[in-house]
Design a protein around this ligand. Sequence first.
Ligand SMILES: Nc1ncnc2c1ncn2[C@@H]1O[C@H](COP(=O)(O)OP(=O)(O)O)[C@@H](O)[C@H]1O
Ligand SMILES: [Mg+2]
Length: 281
Amino acid sequence: MKEERLSARDVSYTYEESADPALKKISLSIEAGEFVAVLGHNGSGKSTLAKLMNALYLPTEGQVLVCGMDTADDSRLWDIRRQAGMIFQNPDNQIVATVVEEDVAFGLENLGVPHDVMVPRIKEALKAVRMTDYAESAPHMLSGGQKQRVAIAGILAMQPSCLIADEATAMLDPSGRREVLDTVCRLNREKGITVVWITHFMEEAAQADRVIVISDGEEALTGTPREVFRQVDRMRELHLDVPHMAALAHELREEGMPLPEGILTVEEMAGEVMKLLCPSN
Ligand SMILES: Nc1ncnc2c1ncn2[C@@H]1O[C@H](COP(=O)(O)OP(=O)(O)O)[C@@H](O)[C@H]1O
Ligand SMILES: [Mg+2]
């Protein structure tokens, strides 16, 4: 049976100083082991949603559940935060210690985890993000991608079931983006960690199991990446792009080339073009 990890039931959220709700009646359900990408134009409510999923904010209306725990239940707050770890955009703001392994230890120390439990957990977490060799390094010497991997290790050490990443690659160069996304994909695949990946990079969203598009605080579209990205015109109405190959396929189809729907990658495009050029193969 499928197990629900994160869910929102008719959730609205209004900031104190604001008249309009930032989120309006959002309902969603994310299952154990899913990798869900969240897309949306600036100001659509993505970060607000992320903060609701980790009890940084409490819904103005409705209910958010993390592993079945209601985020409004004060007595479960630390368990909720431990189960749904969050990483943010700026790697520098997330580093608190002057040595990598101490940084990874920080969350565990706050939870009062005993030293003999902590040491192997830190080791394992650094290994999982492939940063073992940097355990004794100074975090400020690391690249942006490495710093994000250390931040992820800090979360992993707390043995969460979910990882919520709010534009975790936005400040990184292409190789840093790649290494952070690869790390998270691997943790999802190998350790079954449920991932909510907020991004404005369409190519990243294309790797998710499911995409949720929010617009003006409401869910506008949802489906597999292929289902969502074939709706090129709808995405553009929402001020969003689609992966390059989906856009190219759309243009070529409009020019009369009989390409199938659902092309997302260069390999898929090359394969379909070859089929058209050499139909006998
Ligand atoms: N601290 C805040 N106080 C008041 N309004 C806010 C605050 N943070 C965000 N908002 C507003 O809430 C809406 C959603 O913002 P946000 O969740 O940050 O969107 P996104 O992450 O998709 O860019 C926007 O209209 C934004 O201006
Ligand atoms: Mg945001």
